[in-house]
Design a protein around this ligand. Structure first.
Ligand code: PEP
Ligand code: MN
Length: 340
């Protein structure tokens, strides 16, 4: 990582980029308010041919020994990345409240749920059109029709859409609607999918795999960042442990652990680990207190009739209380729910 001097000229920056590319590395430029940082990504022996110390405009060089580079906090000189999605900010002091049903089921369900979460203060709307179901015989999502209903819900509420991409063949359709592409836990290590989302440049919500370590999640995010897409959020959603008293073990320590290592915003999904709605609010508040930059909660207008994840979806009538408590805890930890 090449840290340029405060006030380094455009010419000096261009010269460093040229040198980086000459030795066969790729240059990832990050311009902060004061400093420009250039990441030279390539083989270690190529990096070593660079010897840029003393080059005009170069302040110092920081070797990043980690197996991920662009995701590392060092790469942003310790600062937090702040993403902007449909006028809402995520990261730093900005908190995102993403809510909506597990899956898009039909027009009435989607629009009723969307309007309620918007009125109750959600900042983004979730809903899956392509569902990664454990059994191939379970409902797989409405597909394109689901995307169409999400577009309608966005039109009605103005909320940016978070929706999952399962298969690269659906990328263009998903790009037509999604403000944030969700990469589900089961696809965290689908590297070709990650690279294509990287190339698309669209903001991504990368969920932690069921059995992935924090470091594996960071390395997966690097596959997106490496393609030039800086708009990545990481998401803790619960991992597999020996515990069977609930669906997954929500690993809230992943929040401070990730935030120590990365500048990327960290989101928590408080719904899939409990697997039942009466535990969702406390996990939401705990996530905010743990330092998360946002939560993504499953909310449904009539959860008992939901096609999937019925037990864990919070009814829209309860979401307002959850939302206002989240807002209070966010204020305690110095964050504001970011609305357009
Ligand atoms: C979901 O968000 O509905 C979902 C399927 O999540 P995960 O990939 O974390 O299981
Ligand atoms: Mn779900």
């Amino acid at each position: 990582m090449i840290v340029m001097k405060e006030g380094a000229t455009e010419e000096e920056i261009a010269h460093v980029i040229e040198r980086v590319e000459q030795v066969g590395c790729s240059a990832h430029v990050s311009k902060g308010e004061l400093l420009t940082v250039i990441g030279a990504i390539g083989d270690r022996d190529k990096d070593q041919q660079l010897s840029l110390e003393g080059t005009p405009g170069v302040d110092h060089i920081v070797p990043i020994a980690k197996p991920y580079k662009l995701a590392s906090r060092q790469f942003k000189d310790g600062a937090d990345s702040v993403l902007e999605i449909g006028g809402r900010k995520v990261g730093g002091a900005n908190f995102a409240l993403m809510a909506g049903p597990c899956t898009v089921e039909n027009r009435d369900q989607m629009l009723a749920s969307a309007k309620s979460v918007a009125e109750a203060g959600a900042t983004m709307l979730r809903g899956g059109a392509y569902k990664p179901r454990t059994s191939p015989y379970s409902f797989q999502g409405l597909g394109r029709e689901g995307l169409r209903l999400l577009a309608e819900a966005k039109e009605e509420t103005g909320l940016p859409i978070v929706t999952e991409l399962l298969d690269l063949r659906d990328l263009d359709d998903v790009l037509d609607v999604a403000d944030v592409i969700q990469i589900g836990a089961r696809n965290m290590q689908n590297y070709s999918l990650l690279a294509e989302i990287g190339k698309s440049g669209r903001p991504a919500l990368l969920k932690r795999g069921l059995s992935a370590t924090v470091e594996e999640l960071l390395m997966a995010s690097e596959y997106i960042l490496k393609e030039g897409n800086e708009n990545v959020m990481l998401c803790e959603r619960g991992i597999r442990t020996y515990e069977t008293a609930y669906r997954f073990t929500l690993d809230l320590l992943a929040v401070p652990a990730l935030k120590e290592q990365t500048h990327l915003p960290v989101i928590v999904d408080p719904s899939h680990a409990p697997g039942r709605r009466d535990w969702v609010e406390s996990m939401s508040l705990a996530a905010v207190a743990a330092g998360a930059d946002g939560i993504i909660v499953e909310v449904h207008n009539d959860p008992d009739k939901a096609i999937c994840d019925a037990a864990q979806q919070v009814p829209t009538s309860d979401f307002r209380a959850l939302s206002s408590k989240v807002e209070s805890i966010a204020a305690v930890v110095g964050k504001t729910v970011s609305r357009a």
